[in-house]
Design a protein around this ligand. Sequence first.
Ligand SMILES: Nc1nc2c(c(=O)[nH]1)N[C@H]1C(S)=C(S)[C@@H](COP(=O)(O)OP(=O)(O)OC[C@H]3O[C@@H](n4cnc5c(=O)[nH]c(N)nc54)[C@H](O)[C@@H]3O)O[C@H]1N2
Ligand SMILES: Nc1nc2c(c(=O)[nH]1)N[C@H]1C(S)=C(S)[C@@H](COP(=O)(O)OP(=O)(O)OC[C@H]3O[C@@H](n4cnc5c(=O)[nH]c(N)nc54)[C@H](O)[C@@H]3O)O[C@H]1N2
Ligand SMILES: [Mo]
Length: 791
Amino acid sequence: MRHHAIDVDNPNARIEPYTQAAGGWGALLSVARNLKRQNILKKGAISLLNVNQPTGFDCPGCAWPEKKDSHAFNFCENGAKAVAFEATSKYLSNEFFAQHTLRELAEKSDFYLEDLGRLSHPLSYDAAQDRYVAISWDDAFQLIAKHLNALDDPNRAAFYTSGRASNEASFLFQLFVRCFGTNNFPDCSNMCHEATSVALLAAIGLGKGTVTLDDFDHADAVFIFGHNPGTNHPRMLATLREVSRRGGTIVAVNPLKERGLERFQDPQAMMEMVTNQSTPISRYYFQPKVGGDYAVLLGMLKHLQQWDQAALAAGQSSVFDREFIAQHCEGFASMLALVDATPWAEIHEHSGLSPTHLQALAKLYLDAKRVIFCWGMGITQHRHGTLNVHLLANLMLARGQIGKAGAGLCPVRGHSNVQGNRTMGLNELPSTQFLDSLDRVFQIKSPRAHGLAVVESIQAMHDGRVKVFFSLGGNFAAASPDTDFTAQALRHCDLVVNVATKLNRSHLICGQAALLLPCLGRTEIDMQLHGPQAISVEDSMSNVHLSAGQNQPISEHLLSEIDIVARMAEATLGKDHIDWRWYVESYDRIRDAIAEVFSEFHDFNRRVYPPGGFHLEHPANQMQWRTASKKAQFIIAPMASVYADAENQYLATQQQQHYLLMTIRSHDQYNTTIYGLDDRYRGVYGQRRVIFMNPEDIQASAFAEGQWVDIESIYRDQVKRVVQHFKIVAYNIPRGSVAAYYPETNPLVALSSHDPYAKIPASKSIPVILHAGQAAEYTGSAGIADAVLMK
Ligand SMILES: Nc1nc2c(c(=O)[nH]1)N[C@H]1C(S)=C(S)[C@@H](COP(=O)(O)OP(=O)(O)OC[C@H]3O[C@@H](n4cnc5c(=O)[nH]c(N)nc54)[C@H](O)[C@@H]3O)O[C@H]1N2
Ligand SMILES: Nc1nc2c(c(=O)[nH]1)N[C@H]1C(S)=C(S)[C@@H](COP(=O)(O)OP(=O)(O)OC[C@H]3O[C@@H](n4cnc5c(=O)[nH]c(N)nc54)[C@H](O)[C@@H]3O)O[C@H]1N2
Ligand SMILES: [Mo]
């Protein structure tokens, strides 16, 4: 591990508890600051007018749906930051790259790299000079084709996507890769909501949520498990505010006290702003231990079961929806037997909630007639993430809360088109039905062997089994676990290709050869032969709609992602069988092909052009369960298999006192993109290298508040994984649980510590110990304060 002198003692850094409601004037001020920073005050206002409007572009911020009948601005503080950072007028020239080696750039912070502006010309890595140099598009595609065609097996290439790629780009990309001959599609979902997709596919037959925004108008209660809408889905706060104002119950289950879940002031509701009032969001806030949800949810089931027995004994009606269960479900009795056999003591030990609180939580669920369950990364990013989602589904099925108005499952997705990417077939485990359909429409023979997900791709690159890595967006090196191992894996490749809008850390880690290809962003006009083109996206609630940028592209050398994929395909495979570039002339042609492959996209063009687009119905809402037996499934695993798995057994043999670390997002970041160094709602300013701890834990430790520590993770492979220079911040978090920001902490996540089903890295339950550390010289934002350090 390389040891740097790190910023940390930033004179502007401070901790100052935030006393306001989330949203409000603070949010508006922050928008203004970010627009100014990117020199787009004028342009920014124009851009923002178009966000999430029927005729504008889809906000790249998150996948929360737009309110259909709203004429107001449909954006939020963090969406505005995302737009500002993309629509920036700053850009990187070829001269800039001539002046800086990658080694020099690697010393800079992630914030600094991002803030340099947009990529403006295709670049190729010159290893002799350690610099990126300009390359023509044609030469770039020839280089890719040469490398791909030289592989002795198509499975020696892997094709990553980050969830911003449009439906059209995703569809063409998967078609190319399958024609080339592999299903190696690592995807950001593999680090995000894959647990949801895997669990819901098995439980209800389709791995997507079942609710629409309208359901929030009818729900009696909304449960929010493990996500932080104040920062990550601010537009959702407006939905929650409505629920709260009409008397609906909102229940948060989250180890951390998150400001956005407590109170919200809507920057778009003028009265609240003028009178400085706010709406309480969560009426009830439960704080389990990190990773305690499995025990919490199982405990809720156990309460229901006991109340059910009591009710039946007293001659009252069942607590469960027995009719729904009998008609639509399988596995209820065996699930209940396992719940019954789980002792209360075990449940209470692992949940971290007091018995009274757990009972109160179960009672809130029992008392609501129409319930929505929302969840995010606090549920999925565990070794038992998939099992967590199964228990959420079990609770809902047991009370018949799926398939009726005002109720259902609501996984809150991250990237604005991450759900659409999957729908379009970017999937390492494609269904036979889909591949058959693809083969029929295009007269091809797609590969049938399963492909590699993220963690498997990293291992394969490290072992030399995968030699070409292609990334359609994203920041693979920084977003992935086990940072040093991942960086080495990328360096073992013959060719690494990144398609991106902005410079990031992944671009500084090259294989023997590397290409950095700049593409158009969401906000920009995409001009093709038939005129300006729109792309389509699918939000977290399965609404499909168009998005078209209105800004002039920042450089004449940018291509759309679709064009890049088509040209790469033509260079690699020729155009005899599929005329790739014909599809680029008008994206309607791609949508027509999509309509042929997927029956639910019938009449795609006709249905997607009207404002608001169309909704993809979840079959569960028609009581259709696309599982093998055509019934919804109750699936459960014994608690011991969760809390006494191999990793925890190893931990138990270790004598040291450890904490369980969750790695989370600050308010000023979008995944690996760092907009600024503040986390306003958590009261952290001018710094990111902090670790949140319970005050009593601090007192019981060898350290004090404000002291610098190094964090080491404990894992059974006994590799030493340490990140340095974190400042202790006292926070409202349960004892034994600690929190710090991602991606700085990704070096602590062992590659093989992941959910066995969805393979999501367990980045919300990392066992760690603390060592005394030190602060180092402050180097400003150009320094490596917030950088992910790589060997
Ligand atoms: N501004 C902004 N918006 C974003 C993003 C961003 O980085 N910035 N990222 C986008 C993406 S890709 C995604 S996936 C989403 C992510 O949105 P979230 O799902 O909100 O992601 P995290 O910030 O990782 O926070 C997870 C929350 O889970 C809680 N948590 C942690 N561990 C546990 C646990 O064991 N149990 C429970 N119950 N809770 C726990 C944390 O306290 C935190 O409040 O947001 C999307 N939107
Ligand atoms: N420890 C830890 N690790 C995590 C997480 C965590 O909570 N904790 N969260 C995980 C989650 S939920 C996710 S989704 C992943 C995120 O992983 P990624 O999706 O790989 O990462 P991002 O930071 O969203 O990618 C940002 C980059 O995308 C590029 N980009 C932006 N817009 C566009 C575009 O329109 N086109 C193209 N081609 N490129 C574009 C820019 O160059 C930008 O630098 O990280 C995961 N990693
Ligand atoms: Mo995500």
